[in-house]
Design a binder for this molecule. Structure first.
Ligand SMILES: [Zn+2]
Length: 411
């Protein structure tokens, strides 16, 4: 459906809607079990499009950022040991390769609970975290991290330069895809980065999402799913060039991008740009097929749950993730099929899932319940979770659903 009212946020090209998810809640907005709260739950019309010019995949109209990033943000990145390890390796590499001078400091955009900057505190290296959610900033400060609460833009960067000077490295992991006004971020980076500085970005990679059919990556907080071609277009508008990329399997497939004022380009960049062209990342038809794949994932899971439930089986979920919010709401799977979802984040326990209102329980109690089936919503942390619960002696059958239903006995 062509709708010229929507423009690409990167290059201003006209967009046409490719997937309409209908009304969706805000994925990280878990609710108190309270009638009034549930009755007034906020929802928005989630429609996505890809830019046929630059390959930027985006939600065309996102909710106000203050509704998504505030004092009740429930994602604390350090909950995951494997992610903590992943960022420790990156921190070591930055300290070794980029931080050379006394005046060099590292700025982390979307510093969350300090999962990345903790490495710099431990090594007494100057740093600054910026995050829009006050509760996660306060959590990071309690670990000794130097962090401020605010939205990253030109004004904020001007005040940082006044107090601290320019940054040697600006890093942003799993954050850029949260920010609707991507040009404001680039305007800030353009001011804040030292001439010989480096920008390192990491987030979910669009071709991986397409390959897996993992449409769950799309929710209000994930305004964009980026790839090399769309990032390259955005950064080149500010004379930053894509020098290198590294691919990781975390979060169902992530890409790390390195940008600087230098025009040098690695073979990896060429390889992934060619791959994106090959799979037609900027074509509407690619997303028509992706939509069919996504609906298949939903239908297969829902039919499986219905069938097992009719046999009297007890079913729960593991990981009240933002991803699961898209799946549950799009597939219309609620408390009639899933009794509860276990999670280890204190801020989530005792609440209910957005839109589908499934109770969230303390993961430390999971081992005592022996559910027949447990849907692994946090499938990106599969090894970590299944090993932990095996050690705990939990008895269940794990259910994975992307790209196909896969059952694994917990013991
Ligand atoms: Zn575009």
């Amino acid at each position: 459906m062509f709708n010229s009212a929507f423009k690409c946020r990167v290059c201003d090209n006209n967009l046409s809607i490719t997937i309409d998810f209908g009304l969706m809640p805000i994925a990280n907005n878990l609710l108190e079990q309270n009638y009034e709260v549930v009755k007034s739950e906020y929802k928005f019309h989630m429609q996505t499009a890809v830019c046929n010019k630059c390959g930027c995949f985006q939600i065309v109209k996102v909710p106000d950022k203050n509704l998504m990033f505030n004092n009740t943000y429930t994602y604390f990145a350090s909950q995951s040991k494997s992610m903590t390890h992943h960022f420790q390796i990156l921190g070591d590499s930055i300290m070794k390769n980029f931080v050379k001078d006394e005046s060099d400091y590292v700025l982390d955009l979307g510093s969350n609970d300090g999962i990345f900057l903790k490495n710099f505190v431990d090594n007494e290296i100057d740093h600054l975290g910026v995050d829009a959610s006050e509760n996660v900033v306060n959590n990071s400060k309690s670990k000794g991290i130097n962090a401020i609460c605010g939205f990253f833009n030109k004004n904020l960067c001007e005040s940082i330069i006044k107090s601290k000077g320019k940054a040697k490295v600006i890093i942003s992991t799993n954050t850029m895809h949260h920010i609707e006004k991507c040009h404001e971020v680039l305007e800030g980076m353009d001011l804040l980065l030292k001439d010989d500085g480096m920008i390192i970005i990491e987030d979910p990679y669009l071709p991986d999402m397409l390959k897996l059919g993992s449409f769950e990556q799309i929710y209000a907080e994930h305004n964009f799913i980026w790839c090399c071609s769309s990032y390259k277009t955005l950064f080149e508008k500010y004379s930053f060039f894509l020098n290198d990329v590294e691919h990781f399997s975390i979060h169902g497939g992530s890409m790390r991008y390195y940008f600087s004022r230098n025009k040098e380009r690695s073979k990896s960049v060429d390889k992934y740009l060619a791959l994106e062209k090959n799979i037609k990342v900027a074509d509407d038809l690619t997303y028509e097929n992706f939509k069919i794949k996504s609906e298949e994932v939903c239908n297969k899971l829902k039919n499986f749950l219905k069938e097992e439930k009719s046999k009297g089986k007890r079913i729960c979920g593991y990981g009240a993730t933002a991803k699961s919010s898209t799946l549950l709401n799009f597939a219309k799977i609620d408390g009639s099929l899933i009794e509860c979802i276990y999670d280890s984040t204190p801020a989530k326990i005792g609440k209910i899932t957005p839109g589908t209102h499934i109770p969230i329980k303390d993961a430390s109690k999971f081992r005592f319940e022996n559910f027949d089936y447990t849907i692994l919503f946090a499938w990106n942390l599969k090894n970590e979770i299944t090993a932990k619960e095996k050690k705990n002696g939990a008895r269940t059958t794990w259910v994975e659903y992307v790209p196909e239903i896969k059952l694994t006995n917990a013991n």
